[in-house]
Design a protein. Sequence first.
Length: 324
Amino acid sequence: MSLSPSKTNLSLSAHQRPLTWLTVIAVVTTAALWGGNPVAAKYTLMSDYTDYGLPPITVSGIRFLLATFFMLIWCQFEKSPWKITRQQLPTCLIAGTLLAAQIGTFTIGVQLSNSTHTTILINTFIIWIFGYEHFISRTQRMTKLQVCGCTLAAASALVTLLIKSNADSTTPDTSDLPGLLGDCIIVISGALLAAKILFIKANLKTIQSGTLMLWHDLIAVIWFVLIAAYFERDQISLDQVNEQVVWGLIYQGVIVGGLCFAIQTFLLNKYSASRITVFSFLTPIFGIAAAATLRNDPLSLWIFLSLALVAAGIYLVNRPAVNP
């Protein structure tokens, strides 16, 4: 038997390498920033209880127009080309269309639900990724402990959802109450997000991450402009834009749509999607904290149980394998 590892083994070993502390810090930071995204979206969207805000597809378009400008700068920093080849165009078109569908449903869902339910339900995308990598691609075969960790992390979201559902009825402003239609749309958005992440990861060998992110942002913006021009043209007015709307758009576009997506794509090129995205189970914790601080959502001591569950789940999923 040859002593030299095969290329496949090398690739699999690199794919399953343990996370460094710097990587953990980067992923937790992006999870925290993503947690604030539904809250920022709430401040930018039209509501029956405020005179300010824009319709959802318009918000999505502005958000990723800002993200596109960010990615132009990121590509310069990463030394990724702005141009793509004719062979790379179909990949960019599919990625951009997936992004437009995912962000469009996300923003509509936020408008019809509240920031707390959104930050919990959008993270159902992680379950789809685990299932795909374990059962289909077989690039991340989970041990029993890792399955247990995933279950604990998912339980933390369920605990949080049940707690917040009980508290929602006390919210004086019904624009921050969840709605069944909005919640269902967010779950669909989560499934689309999983599909987009897996598609992007599968194509990072044929196109650099920065270039792919730039073009998938740009194509999504084109979709948003066309849809908003047809459906939302009469709902857009500069009189509805105040300081909160502007800062909310900047946060969604530059911080989340630009920086967070760029960091995630960069890390997906080095680690399995499961190892990176499991940290997204932290996002509901950060999201609920942001909602409590900025949208006056009530906190509960049970949130600490949720945090303990998610911390245990992340540890078990990323626990280094012990060689016999």
